[in-house]
Every structure is written in C-alpha cells, then in structure tokens.
Design a protein around this ligand. Sequence first.
Ligand SMILES: C[S@@+](CC[C@H](N)C(=O)[O-])C[C@H]1O[C@@H](n2cnc3c(N)ncnc32)[C@H](O)[C@@H]1O
Length: 388
Amino acid sequence: MPPRPAPAPARDPGDLEYFAPCSLGVEAALTAELVELGARDLSTRPGGVSFRGDRRLGYLANLWLRSAVRVQDLLLRAPARGKDELYDAVYRIDWAQHMRLDQTLAVDASVRDSALTHSSFVALTVKDAIVDQFRARRGRRPSVNVNAPDLPLKVVLKADQLTIWRNLSGDSLHRRGYHALQVKSPLNEATAAGLLRLAAWDRASPLVDPMCGSGTFVIEAAMLAADRAPGLERRFAFERWPDLDAELLRTLRAEARARAKPTLPFPLEGSDRHGGAIAIARRSAEHAGVGALARFSVEDAARFTPSCAPPFTVLCNPPYGERIGEGDDLVASWRALGRFLAERCRGARAFVLCGNREMVPHLGLESGRQFSVMNGQIECRLLEYDLR
Ligand SMILES: C[S@@+](CC[C@H](N)C(=O)[O-])C[C@H]1O[C@@H](n2cnc3c(N)ncnc32)[C@H](O)[C@@H]1O
C-alpha cells in the first residue's frame, strides 16, 4: 500500500482566507463593502476580492454582501504538478469535517498555465480523492450532485499551484429570491448593487429609474437605504455543513432583521412604459420586503415626472437592442431618456448603464466619468451626467 499523505494542518477558524467573486467592473464597490464588514488583508483583483477574517466574517459576508456573487473559504494551498500530486494533496484534507456521508458534492475546476491542462480531468481527480477517502475510512462513498450539491467546491490550478475552496454561498448570491418572474433583459441584482455604489449614491436622498423594467435598481436601492441584508431570507450551503455554528448564524440573522428600517424619509421611484414590467417590479419589491419603500408607475420616459424634486440620483439601463429590428425603437427610447434628463432632472446626478455605444449620442448630453462594467456577457459602460 502506498504511504498515506500527511494530513493537512488544521485551519484556524479565527483566521480564514476568503475570496468573493463579483462582476468585472464592480470590484471597487465590493472592496468598500468588505471594509465596512471589517475584513482584513484585502486584495482586489479583476473579478473579485480576497480577504481574511474569522468565521463570523464569512457568515456576515454571505448575509450582507450586495455586489458579490459568492463567498469562498480556502481549504488548502499546495503544489500539484501532476495527477498523483493533485490526488495526494486533496487526500490530505479530512473530508469528514466538511460533509457527511449521506450528503452530495460537486467540484468546479479551472486550470491555467499548468502541467495538467484539462479542467474536467482535474475536477474528476479531486472528486475521486474525496470519495476514495470516504470509502477507505467509512466503507461507503458520498454521491455527486452537480445542480444542488451540499458541498460545492471550487478548485483552481494556476501555474501548478492548487487552491481548494468551499463555496459557502451555494446558489449565486445575486439570486436574492425576490424576482419570482423575469423581464426580457433583467439586470443581475449583484451588479445593480455594485453600480449603486459606483454611483456613490448617498442612501439618504431620492433615487429614480425612468426605465426600471423589473425594478432591480429601485429594489436594491431600497434594501441598501433601509439597511436590509440581501441574504436575510435565503439559505446558504454552509448551513448544511458539519462545522456550522448555528447559534452564531441565528444571532447574526436576528441582528440583521432588527436593523431593517420599515420606512424611509425619501422616495425611491421606478417607471417604465411597459405595464407588465411594472407589475413584476411591484411584486418583486413586495417579495424583497421593500414594497412600502418603492413607488412604481407606468409611463413613457419622455413624459415621466418624478414625484420628488432634484437633487436626486438617476440610475437606469436603457435597452441595448438585443432583438433584431429593434433599431428605430431603440433610438426613440434613448431620445426619450435624453428628454427626461434634460427637461426634468436639472440639479440631479444621472448614471446611465450603456451596452450599445452607438446610442449614446441620442441622449444629446455630454457625459463625465465612465466606468467599464460587465453586465452578464455584455460589455457596458456606466456613464455619469452631472446635471447640477
Ligand atoms: C434593459 S431593460 C431594464 C431592465 C431593468 N434594469 C431591470 O432590472 O429589469 C430596459 C427597459 O426600458 C424600458 N423602456 C424602453 N423605452 C422606454 C421609454 N421610452 N420609456 C419608458 N421605458 C422604456 C423597457 O420597457 C425595458 O423595461
């Protein structure tokens, strides 16, 4: 029998290494959120932020982060220059600490600049090492479930250096659960929250979206201003793990619930010409627990007049033209937005998420700062218009 690899050193729950991925372009927003949560040793990279902290911070990050899509904690960092070294490294972890035999796992691997070149082979080897360890020690092996695993693992092999992470969140954090129905081009909730931060909205004055679709900006703004934790009503993968501190999570959830403000002294307003979208927005706001804080109306942007007077912040993403034949209508939409901004937003700051540069001149306004952001697969720019 080959010698067993030495067990990996035990992790210190008071000092864990985390990584939180986000959409490209909103890293600065996520970094600011993590500073507010008390994270240490932050390092911002394209598409995410690494940081250190205790177990409590990991729970808080899942409950409170708005612009992250996931929170991961590091299990192991080791060299893996070939299959055997990879297998042995994975075997060093005592997997019974992270899942029970009757639970399921899934391994998602990515590989770059390494001797092992196939991510599916790396994922398979990691999975084999885990199930082999269970079989050797317990006589049976856990199953794989790629869709809804109890233990979702993220494996990264970069320049022959292996890192194995547990995905504490499970399902992506952008799925807050409030959008029961989807409109045609909804905005990812986590990206929307990141854009609110990039726009430096003060959370204490009105925010207006004249093309709000399913209302994502307005709902995220309401949750932010009301200090309502985005993860309050959802469940996380780590709640099913053997090392869950259930008492700690209960306390953090109760604290979060107590912080949520039921009212706000200023309006958050969304409007759209499409009545079906506004019906969805209203229902989603109710589901998000902010129905009383958001106002929605059916109106064309060319005619929409917010109930509040400037100064307020405008944040919107007009249509991009993803449908063939939408061209003329698209130009009309951008002109309508231009009229709205020029005629009814004097004294406001406006931010327009643009996924189609050809449309920008139709606004008829001079933009200031620009931020590059990915909205799903679409390369966008957040354009600032200072109308004060
Ligand atoms: C890309 S979608 C916005 C998605 C939205 N951010 C969300 O969270 O679902 C663009 C929206 O602009 C609306 N729209 C287009 N032209 C408009 C106009 N002239 N006046 C008002 N709304 C308009 C469309 O109905 C659509 O809902």
